[in-house]
Ligand binder design. Structure first.
Ligand code: ADP
Ligand code: MG
Length: 293
């Protein structure tokens, strides 16, 4: 039989916008040593705007932006949306693209005018073994220090442009980190974004542990890494990419609208897209445990 207190507790949770899929995990939340947050869209708004760009000699900015928009025309990613919007704002017409391919955690690829064109982040450059021209490297370094995400445009193996995009930290995130620290919980951040951007966001929020440039298939290993240190680990995320990490975590928490996959992999679903609910969850778990004793 389900202990009465826990049953009451789950309906209390539901009234607070928390759907408990696994009651054991809900109870375990009181003992969490560390909580890992997905960065984009969880700690940040996840709304990128293109704020700056740079190209190599001989490539016009408008042409580079239109080409990038063409390659991104089939992608739902927030980065793709931002690039298409930037091209729209400049009244640019994207050339026709075919053979779209999404490269998970790295970027996108398409064929444009018989050329193979990629748009993606640092993980993509590693995969393509692309060299970054000096001035684009400087552009990327500066953007990174300003917590701006950089994506690159690669045409027929040559890196021809870089775009800097700004995201903003959610106001609630500051309170979340402070409140978790008050509860003695280590706060970690997990992202596919660059180390620079991750560090800048972590510094601002006072986050203890940073995992950056992590490929989707490696995200769950970072959860394991903390578990191997003997810690009970919670994971908060919303994306398809976060599903294995949510499953691996002792308490997997899907937040906001969340993708179906994330929701199915989570123990607790926070219906409102408010990271402060993570703190409420831990407190609710602690309160009900005290009652049970
Ligand atoms: P996160 O871990 O922040 O949720 P993702 O796993 O979705 O990020 O993506 C990781 C990185 O892969 C992004 O920061 C970006 O560099 C690159 N990327 C993914 N999708 C795209 C896209 N459609 N266009 C450009 N870059 C992309
Ligand atoms: Mg994400």
């Amino acid at each position: 039989a389900i202990p009465l207190v826990v049953a009451i507790n789950t309906s209390l949770a539901a009234r607070n916008g928390m759907l408990v899929r696994d009651r054991i995990a809900m109870e375990e939340a009181r003992n969490l040593d560390a909580i890992i947050f997905d960065k984009t869209g969880t700690l940040t708004e996840g709304e990128h705007g293109v704020v700056d760009m740079a190209t190599v000699e001989g490539v016009e900015e408008d042409d580079a932006l239109a080409l990038a928009a063409a390659v991104e025309s089939d992608s739902e990613h927030m980065i793709a949306r931002a690039i298409r919007e930037a091209a729209d704002e400049q009244d640019l017409t994207a050339p026709d693209a075919t053979d779209f391919e999404a490269i998970k955690g790295r970027g996108v690829r398409a064929n444009v005018d018989g050329k193979e064109v990629y748009v993606g982040g640092p993980n993509l450059l590693t995969q393509l073994d692309s060299e970054i021209p000096d001035h684009l490297q400087r552009f990327a370094d500066e953007a990174g220090q300003n917590a701006q995400t950089v994506v690159y445009l690669v045409r027929d193996g040559e890196l021809i442009a870089a775009f800097a995009m700004a995201d903003v930290i959610r106001e609630e995130s500051f309170r979340v980190v402070d409140a978790l620290h008050d509860l003695g919980i280590e706060v970690a951040m997990l992202t596919g974004d660059s180390q620079d951007v991750a560090n800048a966001v972590a510094d601002e929020l006072g986050i203890d542990t940073v995992f950056a440039e992590v490929l989707p298939e490696d995200k769950d290993e970072k959860v394991q890494e903390l578990q191997d240190q003997g810690k009970l680990v919670g994971m908060v995320g919303d994306g398809v990419n976060d599903a294995p990490a949510l499953t691996r975590a002792d308490v997997g928490i899907a937040i906001g609208s969340g993708t179906d996959v994330a929701v199915q992999s989570a123990d607790v679903i926070l219906v409102q897209n408010n990271p402060m609910d993570v703190v409420r969850l831990v407190k609710l778990s602690k309160a009900s445990y005290r009652k049970m004793q």
